[in-house]
Design a protein around this ligand. Sequence first.
Ligand code: ADP
Ligand code: MG
Length: 684
Amino acid sequence: MLDLNSDVRYLKGIGEKKAQALNKLGVFSLYDLISFFPRKYEDRSKYKTIAQCQNGENVCVRALVANEPSLETVRTGKSLLKLKVADESGILNITFFNRPYAKNQLLKGECYIFYGKIDIMGSRKSMTNPIFEKELGERKLTGKVFPIYPLTNGISQTDFINGVRQALDNCLDYIPDVLPQSVSQEEKLCQLRYAYENIHFPSDFIALELARKRLVFEELFVLSCALSSIRKSRMKNPGIKMHIADLEEFYSSLPFSPTGAQRRTVMEAVEDMCSGHEMNRLLQGDVGSGKTMVAAALIWFCRKNGFSSAFMAPTEILANQHYETLNAFLSPFGIRTGLLTGSMTAKEKKAVKQNLLNGEYDLIIGTHALFSTDVQYKNLALIITDEQHRFGVNQRSALISKGRNPHVLVMSATPIPRTLALILYGDLDISIIDELPPGRRKIDTFAVDESYRQRLNNFILKLTAEGRQVFVVCPMVEENEELPIKLKSAQEHAKELSSLFPHLKTACVHGKMKAVDKENIMSAFAKGDIDILVATTVIEVGVDVPNAALMIVENAERFGLSQLHQLRGRVGRGPYKSYCILVSNSDSEETRARLSIMHKTNDGFKISEEDLRLRGPGDFFGSRQHGLPETHIADLGADTQILRRAQAAAESLLEKDPELRLPENCALKERIERLFKDSSDSFN
Ligand code: ADP
Ligand code: MG
């Protein structure tokens, strides 16, 4: 007797070889197999007469074999089998390539169902390599909605179908139901066994939709429960307990008055740090929302409590810049700040490390160098990382291991919709700066096509003559002849611009360069030694160049909206009126709609909502090594409604049974444990 845990190799028709092919797909047990859902479905349930068939459609045709199939071998050595089939309405020509055996399966005068794509040339209708089976008798291949599985070498659709069928027949009644009864009822979800049966072998598309909804909900519910319980158990970790201080003392030293959102987010973090538990908080705020000041306030607060902080930046140049900015905020209070970066000499590094060990610094700022094994801290209570998506999760944990349960604040300038944030950063509490400092001027944004090139060049001339600097972003590093469409390459484009504007200094920076070279060019640009910087998206997170007033993005259709927004944030950081020009020759309706959103709003959160709606979550996930389990069936872009409901249901369940101790939640608990068995280290 087979059960859910049985190895797939015990299924009839699955031998050692096929079992190994399945293993490659991550399928080992029968449970894995039935949880491996079809990639798509073919509608083989529609029948048409030959006369009704339209060009290009996939249909089933019920027809008689009208002549003896003729088999020939063509020059290439391949075989060609041809026959005519007919129904009362017309004739259909059928061709098989390399399927000589079909000759013996198709008998003249007998009726078959053929499923395939109709091709019409003049009055001639044909089908190539159709799927077929006898009309009479049990029909396995036609007359239904048919699952198509993602394949790998060594296993066929038929193997899959046979295997899944057997697995379902053996196990359908034993699949553990992780959804509490009350939730299924509340959400009007179908029964579990109905869901598994119909996700593989749907009786029709309505059944498929019901099955899918149930399984998507279940997946997102389990994920939400898992993340939420990690968050809750983290909150119980003891953390360094601080005592409240009067933040006005810090605020009053600033050259500006903090926004309401800045004050609120500072307080959220301060409350965490006074709670006696570890803080694990994400601070989200659009570019220019003033995250650095929030960081400074928290560093000041820790120092007030007698503790030191570490601030980790993704690049040297950013570390340098933060060193200057934070020092300006903090030195009036006698806060001693150190800097540790990879490019420092061994001697310099040694001195800094010694100072750290002696407790000479209240704040250390640096790059990855901060978590080298030989760096030791004294009294470290707060770790802040900037632009988190550039760091691997493991690097973050390496630094955390350096203190005794230090508090952690992760800062991100990528605004993401809240529902998605709860999945991406679901193990963190979230603070959002949803307000920009007053007096910010909108960056005027325009989408243009190639016909504007001359005007665009004139604009570059005008702004540079006024002393401003220009960013140009290209989608590629170098020319690629193989691409069907020509994309601007940074290197080529830089050459063009420098011959066009010989009196200006043009430079190029891209991801294939060595880190030092990149940094050198970036700092030359920051110093004003370069007028036009042509780059790939490496400049997405970047240094402050207040003098840069124009951002040009070439082939703008290649970028996601959130990415464009991020790029736009590189300008408008100083007192000058700034512009962003999106160049695209695409005439697709969708591209124009997307680019016009950039013109309409400067609000990163609105843009990210739109981006999620239009492109799905790929962008957000792609840009961060999140280490979260992949979703099997849910599409986080399209299934946002279900995601919201699943999150709410998860929250309310965990409120009632925080540790999932109740017997009815036992299956859920097990599933969560299974989910994180492989990726548990990502959550430290
Ligand atoms: P980001 O969130 O992108 O890191 P920054 O912290 O670099 O933003 O702040 C952008 C600019 O806004 C800086 O020059 C900073 O000094 C300034 N700034 C921050 N907060 C305020 C405020 N409340 N009022 C006015 N200017 C502010
Ligand atoms: Mg910043």
